[in-house]
Structures are given as C-alpha cells and as structure tokens.
Design a protein around this ligand. Structure first.
Ligand code: COA
Length: 166
C-alpha cells in the first residue's frame, strides 16, 4: 500500500540523494542537482517552483520512501508543467510505483490548472526502459534534439495533455 506525501522535510535531502544514486542512472553532479532542488524547496517553499511527491510504504510502523517525483510550473507559460525528476528505488521497480507517482503528479497539476506536462530525458540506450515507461503512461514523444547531452546522446521530450483544450 503506497501513500503519497507532498510536504518536503529536512530528511528528504538524503532520501533523494540515496534514491537517485541507487538507480545507477545519474552522475554525481546530477545527484547533487537533485538534492539541491530539495534544498531550494526547503529554503523558499512554493517560491522555489519545485513541488514534490514522495511515495511511501509502511515498513512496520515507519513509512519508508520508495520513490519520488519533482515537478513544477514552467515560468512564463500559461499552463505548462515540467516533470524534472522521477525515481523509484531499484528494489521496488516494476511494481506500479512509477505509474502511481505520475498519476499523483497529473492529479496535482490538474488541481493547479495545468494542461500540458513535459518530460525531458536522454535518448541513449540506457534510457530505453524509461522511454517505454513514459509511453506506457500515455506520454508522446514530441521532440528530439540530436547530440544534446553529448555526442550520440540526444534529448527526447515527452508530453501529455492532462486537461481538455479550452
Ligand atoms: C522509470 C522508473 C521511474 C519507472 O518506475 P517503476 O516503478 O519501475 O515503473 P512501473 O512499475 O510503474 O512501470 C510501469 C510500466 O512501464 C514500463 N516499464 C517500466 N520499467 C520498465 C523496464 N525496465 N523495461 C521495460 N518496460 C518498463 C512497463 O510497461 C511497466 O508496466 P509492466 O511492469 O506492467 O510491464 C524507474 O525505472 C526508475 O527510477 N528508473 C531510473 C531513473 C529514471 O530513468 N528516471 C527517469 C528520468 S529522470
């Protein structure tokens, strides 16, 4: 049974660093960036532009975080949002937690008046399961920027409309 928590706590710095590092998908620099977004949210709250949902499962009486997502409204757009990070503990993957996190984020974004959600990801082969995950969740590939991150590692942009066009 997964529960979602929106409030960011001091202990989330280490939770986010541990989860992102455990996947083996992110460099040290990227892990630092992920932790830095928690710091910003702790320091300035809503003004940071970073919102979080943490997926927690009870282990005994204590909730244990098994994944998280970080998202925010894209500045200077009317109703577009970015999902910046989504990570599930490798030991808890393929159990529907990632899809649950995206559903939770889509619900929150609709509540905030959002209409379109964008997700950037690397195109390199390591991320092929991630691409399948986004497609399974109803996201469409809308752009490809060749060699964006490095030679042979482009940027793919996925998008999903979560509210009807006005
Ligand atoms: C991408 C990620 C968040 C998915 O989380 P998850 O909890 O394992 O995903 P789910 O269990 O909800 O998977 C839903 C569906 O996505 C697809 N999918 C997910 N992982 C997959 C994989 N490794 N291979 C193939 N398809 C996959 C499947 O269709 C899956 O449904 P199924 O298990 O019934 O076949 C997780 O694998 C992860 O943290 N990856 C490393 C970090 C990353 O790439 N983050 C995104 C970039 S910031």
């Amino acid at each position: 049974m997964i529960q979602f928590r929106d409030q960011v706590r001091d202990t989330d710095r280490e939770i986010v660093a541990t989860l992102t590092a455990a996947t083996g998908f992110f460099s040290e620099e990227e892990v630092d960036i992920a932790r830095g977004l928690v710091e910003e949210a702790l320091a300035t709250g809503v003004a940071s532009g970073y919102e979080f949902s943490f997926a927690e499962r009870n282990e005994g009486a204590t909730p244990h975080c098994v994944g998280y997502v970080c998202f925010g409204s894209i500045p200077a757009t009317q109703s577009s949002f970015d999902v910046y990070w989504i990570v599930v503990d490798p030991a808890a993957q393929r159990q529907g937690i990632g899809l649950g996190l995206l559903k939770e984020v889509e619900r929150r974004i609709r509540t905030l008046g959002g209409e379109r959600i964008y997700i950037d990801t690397a195109s390199r082969a390591q991320y092929a399961p991630t691409h399948r995950f986004y497609e399974r969740a109803g996201y469409e590939r809308v752009a490809f920027l060749e060699d964006f991150y490095a030679p042979q590692d482009g940027k793919l942009i996925f998008c999903k409309r979560v509210a009807p066009r006005n």
